[in-house]
Design a protein around this ligand. Structure first.
Ligand SMILES: Cc1cc2nc3c(=O)[nH]c(=O)nc-3n(C[C@H](O)[C@H](O)[C@H](O)COP(=O)(O)OP(=O)(O)OC[C@H]3O[C@@H](n4cnc5c(N)ncnc54)[C@H](O)[C@@H]3O)c2cc1C
Length: 813
């Protein structure tokens, strides 16, 4: 475990005593932090936030390995605990139902994901569904997915148990204490302004009362765990938090005959049920069924619509509850009645619209806020991941090492420069709407399309390219369809070939045999300039980047745990000036974070001012040479001169990401379109292929080039990821998986990311990316596998829906 990077006396203040804030206080005090204070505007512990009335469904299977891991950690932490003799977590298991063939097929996909993330699961028959949940009309279902280790968490008990332990370890919890402002000095948080809120009749607060007259609390670190109030607090900080509180219809039945005898209304004996096709879920609550649905119009909640502490005191209605909008709920309710005939006679006994938050990608917003030292976020976290997230945050704050790959959790994955409230609402609403939809890894968002386009977009659109979007909102050409496939399409199943076209391999083949043009315009480029720029880069990149002017090198920015925080290309443009090319907004942040304010080094973001095109393939040199005055550097040369390309100044850098070789040409955005037209015309006689993102992926997989953020991330070491370079000296860590490339035995078999790899019936790994091999027509995949099956030639199987397909390890380190 990494050692503490902050002093044990560091004053840490947490805003919010919901399940996230309480869990974080518990973990920070367990780390030995001596000054941990939690404030909440509401009474403790029924504060009126989402945790006060969450029904507590905790399913561990998600589309993401890290989210599943956080769920597992939450359940493991709460397992077996009791609060005053009452259970906190009951592992009643989960049951996902399928009522049509498409859903049944999808349950196999969910089962496979569960296998990949080591969540016990099995597909069960309709009869077994009926046995697992008596009263369910098994004739209405075709099958189910049973996940026996999932469970119900009593959120309020989890809050109080964790708060009590934190208090026993020295933390202070103040109820009725509202944070009204943040104080900062020289880019660092120094504390918060606070005010007292009125008591709520019938809801006495259990914690301490803030001493009369206190209006400011000093702190070295402030963590915002304010749940649905996050966007409002963000506004106080001048930040747009891409999260949107949503109303969510929930209700319960009256007592039902089949549940008679459960006198305790909290009692649960039967699995939690999800009926995703109708967007609804339900579980037992004593003699009743508690039910909720996502299948209604999206109802975003503005901060002004959330009851203030004064309103809460006056009405005693919790701020995270709005009245049930029955018109929204009734279709889902009727579906409950259909599946559960006993409920036929019931109208909702108790109903409300509960409020909790959604983000554009469904993942939390965690980490230190860029530009404000000491200010951290623990926002948009579900109960399911709460304790897991708190553990990660505590490790991150105290040691600098979060212990998991935070790429998909870190607030910085969203570029503040491109965030607006409307954009957050559009994307988060789509996520709410589709939360239970059948989701393919190649699904594309329909919101905010064309949000960001490269200069080449006009040409691509005219060619009727097929587009998708990247995380940063860039409209990206997936394939063009301008290159003829010239081979009959192999008949494969719909799931494997969803979002796929034979044009992809055609483009990749043509580039591999001649030349291809790739839009690389969605770049992150920043300039590091100043007297000490070279020294500074040398220090933070670990590996030496002592470059000649116009030289270049690849470098890994080290994370505090010694992993790779970012993979960068560094170019020296002058004695005191470097360009650093990354792949995401986070890269810029990492670099800035490591660059203290100084007169001798500055970092400037040049991303919007820069665009890029890559020419790849064996004929790239000929095409580039035909339009360039002066010689292009040799393939794989570290030289990066600025050349006159048809009159445009372009910095020419060896291209390595596709594995085909060639050059990326960086130029000012205003020259982009001119350069595109020039290269398309020059390449015409060589049959230049326009290479979309999917063909690029196919090429890199075929050429054995793993991608940062897809195949590997900050937790992986370079050796295990099969990367070349000095950092590979460290070797494989015992018990760690290795990245290999697999080849499907049959050309009929198209596999997709997240599918498990097994050997002799045991799961030994999972797929990170896949594509058809442009040369052979067989699917290839990168996968992390156990060392025992990582040798070239090892035979394995991939689980694809309800099939198991043979594959072999074709490339290993
Ligand atoms: C109806 C419903 C169903 C749900 N179902 C599930 C489910 O099945 N599974 C699941 O995993 N999750 C579910 N959730 C979501 C889950 O409950 C929440 O994501 C989780 O409880 C959020 O915890 P939190 O600590 O972040 O927020 P909260 O519990 O809302 O706590 C935030 C706290 O911050 C305090 N605060 C805010 N602003 C300030 C301020 N300025 N000063 C001081 N204090 C402040 C608030 O008073 C509040 O107590 C559901 C939620 C609802 C409402």
């Amino acid at each position: 475990m990494a050692t503490a990077r902050i002093d044990a006396d560091t004053r840490i203040l947490i805003i919010g005593a919901g399940v996230v804030g309480a869990a974080l206080a518990d973990d920070l005090t367990r780390h030995g932090m001596k000054s941990v204070t939690v404030v909440d505007q509401g009474p403790l512990y029924r504060t009126g936030g989402s945790s006060s009335h969450a029904p507590g469904f905790a399913f561990q299977t998600t589309g993401s390995s890290v989210m599943s891991e956080l769920a597992r950690r939450t359940l493991d932490k709460l397992d077996g605990l009791t609060l005053d003799g009452q259970w906190i977590l009951k592992r009643v298991g989960g049951l996902e139902l399928a009522c049509d063939g498409e859903r049944l097929e999808y349950l196999h996909r969910r089962h496979n994901l569960a296998q990949s993330w080591a969540v016990p699961s099995r597909i069960v028959s309709p009869e077994e569904c009926g046995k697992l949940f008596p009263g369910l009309d098994s004739s209405a279902v075709l099958g189910g997915l049973h996940t026996p280790t999932d469970g119900v968490v009593k959120a309020l008990r989890a809050v109080e148990w964790q708060a009590r332990r934190a208090i026993a370890n020295g933390a202070r919890f103040y109820g009725h204490t509202e944070v009204t402002g943040f104080r900062m000095e020289r880019g660092r948080v120094t504390g918060v302004d606070v005010g007292r809120t009125p008591p709520v009749p019938g809801n006495p607060s259990k914690g301490d009362q803030l001493p009369e007259g206190t209006s400011f609390l000093e702190a070295d670190i402030v963590v915002v765990c304010a749940g649905l109030w996050g966007p409002g607090l963000g506004k106080l900080l001048g930040l747009e938090l891409p999260m949107v509180p949503m109303e969510h219809c929930s209700a319960s039945t009256d007592a039902l005959p089949s549940l008679a005898g459960f006198s305790d209304e909290e009692e649960i004996d039967q699995p939690m049920v999800r009926h995703q096709a109708t967007g609804s879920y339900f579980r037992q609550g004593g003699e009743r069924i508690l039910w909720g649905t996502y299948e209604h119009r999206v109802i975003p909640v503005d901060q002004s619509q959330i009851a203030s502490p004064e309103d809460f005191a006056r009405t005693q209605i919790e701020p995270a509850i709005h009245p049930l909008t029955w018109n929204d709920a009734k279709d889902g309710w009727n579906e409950l009645r259909r599946l559960f005939p006993e409920a036929n006679s019931c109208e909702p006994a108790e109903g409300y619209n509960g409020i909790f938050s959604f983000t554009p990608d469904g993942n939390p917003l965690l980490g230190e806020v860029p530009g404000i030292r000491g200010l951290w976020l623990g926002e948009s976290v579900w109960l399911t991941q709460s304790a897991g997230v708190a553990g990660v945050l505590a490790d991150w704050i105290v040691t600098g090492d979060p212990g998991v790959d935070t790429t998909s959790l870190d607030f910085r994955r969203f570029d503040q420069a491109h965030l607006t409230r409307s954009a957050s609402i559009a994307r988060a609403s789509e996520n709410y709407d589709e939360v239970y939809d059948i989701s393919h890894p190649r699904n594309q968002t329909m919101q905010l399309r064309k949000f960001a386009t490269t200069p080449f977009y006009v040409r691509q659109e005219a060619l009727k390219a097929e587009f998708g979007t990247s995380q940063g909102g860039w409209e990206r050409p997936l394939w063009y369809g301008t290159t003829k496939a010239n081979q009959p399409a192999v008949p494969r199943d719909a799931w494997g070939t969803y979002g796929w076209s034979p044009s992809i391999s055609a483009e990749a083949r043509q580039a591999a045999n001649g030349v291809g043009l790739v839009d690389r315009g969605a770049v992150s480029v920043f300039e590091v300039r100043g007297e000490d720029a070279g020294k500074h880069l040398d220090e933070i990149l670990g590996s030496a980047v002592t470059l000649q002017v116009n030289g270049s090198a690849h470098a890994h920015l080290k994370s505090p745990s010694g992993g790779m925080a970012a993979v960068l290309t560094v170019l020296r443009t002058a004695d005191d000036s470097f360009l650093v090319i990354g792949s995401s907004p986070e890269d810029v942040w990492h670099l800035r974070r490591k660059t203290p304010h100084s007169d001798t080094v500055t970092v400037s973001d040049l991303s919007s001012a820069t665009t890029a095109l890559a020419l790849i393939g064996p004929d790239a040199a000929t095409v580039l040479g035909s339009v360039t005055r002066g010689a292009a550097p040799a393939a794989n040369s570290p030289e990066t001169p600025v050349l006159d390309v048809g009159g445009v100044p372009a910095r020419v850098v060896a291209e390595t990401a596709s594995g085909l070789g060639g050059w990326t040409l960086y130029t000012a955005t205003e020259h982009g379109l001119y350069l595109w037209d020039l290269l398309v015309e020059a390449g015409a006689q060589h049959g230049i292929a326009l290479v979309g993102d999917e063909a690029f992926t196919a090429l890199r997989i075929a050429n054995g080039v793993p991608a940062f953020g897809v195949e590997y991330g900050p937790r992986d070491n370079a050796f295990e990821a099969g990367l070349a370079g000095p950092s590979t000296d460290e070797g494989a860590r015992p018990g760690h998986r290795l990245l290999v490339r697999l080849r499907m035995r049959s050309d009929l078999h198209a596999v997709v990311p997240g599918e498990p790899v097994s050997k002799d019936g045991c799961v030994v790994g999972f797929i990170t990316s896949s594509a058809e091999d442009p040369a052979s027509g067989h699917f290839l995949a990168f996968a992390w596998v156990d060392p025992e099956v990582a040798a070239v030639g090892a035979e394995v199987e991939i689980s694809h829906l309800d099939q198991r397909w043979a594959a072999c390890v074709e490339r290993s380190r």
